[in-house]
Design a protein around this ligand. Sequence first.
Ligand code: GZL
Length: 317
Amino acid sequence: MKERSSILTLVLALLLLIAPVVFANGGGEADDGTITVGFAQIKEDSPWRTTETNSVQQEAEKLGIELKLSVTDQAGQVAALRDFIAQGVDGILLAPQTANGWDEVLQEAKDAGIPVVLLDRGLDSPEDLWVSQISSDFAFEGREAGKWVVERLNENGKVVELFGDPAADPAILRSQGFMEIINQYPNIEVVESRTGEWSQDKGRQVVEAWLTAGVEFDLIYAHNDGMALGAIEALKAAGKDPGDDVLIISIDAIKAAFESIARGDLNATVECSPVLGPMGFDALLKAINGEEVPQYIITPDSLYDESNYTEHPTGGF
Ligand code: GZL
């Protein structure tokens, strides 16, 4: 009898010893080593954004990474990052809708030891709060568009600009790069600049308003293909011949843009690759493993117009 009670005491003591370990992660799920990544994506109805999201999801699947995807506006992205931190993810991918509003939550991620990699846009927070930005060089894209415009207008003409989101890094820099070139030619004038909010419908509305108001212009510079396609709709509805009466250049190189160039509507587009999943996870996994990662990883871009659009390796995104 005495022997049985001492065995029972020993078993109880052992259980007390191992219990904290077994139930440490709420119910005893063994940590099977799977990497978990949170991706805070921008809510945006565009082929470009869909291609990017697919690229991230396909790469996560290929790598066996558990991806938590959140698709919202900027405020929702901040909340999503706090959720990811609370869930203890291993890393975060963020496509910041706007350049500002991130310092606090990025500091919280850093304090939690969770690396953040930026996809397709930059932001204005201190560089020590995020690991790497993987994107195009937006000012370069703007300069390339500016050089094409100078040549096609023979250094003389009126331009209207369809701005992306004025709070977004790509829009700010695409405009700066463009104006850096255009400002060198006194006979080229940007007579109007207004946001089309990256969308085809809004781009169409803005150009309709310019036409109704009798604004005279020779060329439209759109910060993305979606707004350019909307502008083309407006020009056609007004009886104009886009690509001839009015020249149009934009950025992104989505498939619909190449189809429009083939029809003789759009004249040119500067490529901006949305296929960022592989590079995003490569940088994030290195950071998770404590390896050095470049602060900026810039994807190369090229300009495609009537003369070379058929040479794009994938025919657009
Ligand atoms: C650029 C990306 C931009 C695209 C637009 O990296 O952030 O967002 O150029 C999209 O089409 O709105």
